[in-house]
Ligand binder design. Structure first.
Ligand SMILES: [Zn+2]
Ligand SMILES: [Zn+2]
Length: 373
């Protein structure tokens, strides 16, 4: 039995369902951190990583031979020009948006729009992070049926594609993270400034235009078998309409004016969706380029603190790749993770169960130590 299956060994009648899910999820999350699965790529490097990942699983005492640079890719330095290019790509569009706020304030932007924008951002953003990502992709907990529906619907409101497609893409990302086959790696074209700039844009947004789709039958068979999930997936076009129009309708009724509907549509629908898209894509681009790497993972995933609030805790991405099924990503002191906090509340209220909270020994085994560097 694999380590992941051993931890989650089910009992009784649930076993069949559990095992089916385990096959789909485990294959694409934990196991893949520990197995050399790539059909292509540097075989010598693969071997080294395979050994490294297994050593990490066995615990700190046996990690002495670990090759930190290949195993975590955490010890590399980034050139000044790379940093400057990154800052420009990230900073300028965001500053333009921020600059628009005071210009519009009191005219084309008011408190109603801010409240609606924050509420819809919070619901759709957590639908992605708690629902699409931590539950549907990685099965970090078990929701009851109404909760499962709520998570699938809330995530769909982010307009990042139907749940089944989102999950298939993300599982493939974990399977090949930063290697050939990863749908969105910033390292796809190489490590020079030019290659990284091209790769960064590809990881951020370009990959969405790839005509080749991740086969759902291969990567999300558990979801295709779940009628509830398929139902919500089919409702996606209607949910897109709802996500676009609900803020406008509420804004119009709230201010009892056409202008109120228009401003709410602009800020709480269009700007809110654009911002959430960029934050989600930033996990693929920024969090696979820069950030702290306190945990061992075989890719270039990093923890980026300044994205933590906007990304609902998803930017603690290095821990996530190191321990993919863990329900909490911000596991270290002071690492804000609102998604984990919500899951904790849902568990207290009895809406979710079997939450895979961080296990101290597992985290310890995955920590990068001074001896590894
Ligand atoms: Zn990732
Ligand atoms: Zn993930």
């Amino acid at each position: 039995m694999t380590p992941a299956a051993a931890i989650k060994a089910p009992t009784g009648a649930e076993q069949t369902d559990e095992q089916a899910t385990e096959q789909a999820v485990g294959q694409t999350s934990e196991h893949l951190t520990e197995q050399a699965v790539e059909p292509v790529g540097g075989q010598a490097e693969q071997g080294a990583e395979h050994v490294s990942a297994q050593a990490a699983e066995r615990g700190a005492a046996q990690v002495s031979g670990f090759d930190a640079e290949k195993g975590t890719l955490g010890g590399e330095q980034k050139g000044v020009w790379e940093q400057v290019a990154l800052a420009l790509f990230i900073g300028i569009p965001f500053l333009a948006l921020v600059a628009a706020v005071p210009i519009a304030w009191g005219g084309f932007l008011g408190w109603h729009d801010v409240v609606l924008g924050v509420v819809f951002y919070t619901i759709s953003g957590h639908g992605i992070s708690i629902g699409f990502h931590r539950y549907f992709t990685h099965k970090s907990f078990k929701p009851n049926r109404p909760m499962k529906y709520a998570l699938a619907i809330a995530g769909s409101l982010a307009i990042e594609g139907p749940v089944v497609r989102w999950v298939a893409d993300h599982r493939k990302h974990h399977k090949f993270s930063d290697r050939d086959g990863d749908p969105h790696s910033p390292w796809k074209y190489g490590t020079s400034l030019k290659a990284l700039t091209k790769g960064f844009l590809h990881a951020h947004i370009g990959w969405l235009f790839d005509s080749e789709q991740t086969p759902a039958r291969q990567y999300a068979p558990d979801l295709l078998k779940d009628r509830d999930v398929v139902r919500v997936s089919k409702l996606f076009p209607a949910l897109v309409l709802f996500s676009l129009l609900a803020p406008a309708i509420i804004g119009g009724l709230w201010s009892w004016s056409i202008e109120g509907a228009l401003t709410a549509f602009f800020w709480a629908s269009l700007v809110r969706i654009a911002l959430l898209h960029h934050v989600t894509w930033s996990i693929n681009s920024i969090c696979h380029t820069i950030g702290a790497r306190p945990f061992k993972s075989r890719d270039k995933s990093g923890n980026v603190w300044w994205l933590a609030i906007l990304s609902q805790g998803e930017s603690w991405h290095n821990l996530h790749h190191s321990d993919p099924t863990c329900a909490r990503h911000g596991v270290l002191r002071g690492q804000l993770d609102t998604s984990a906090r919500c899951i904790w509340l849902f568990e207290r209220w009895g809406w979710v169960s079997d939450v895979r909270w961080p296990v101290k020994e597992r985290l310890e085994a995955r920590r990068v130590r001074a001896a590894d560097v």
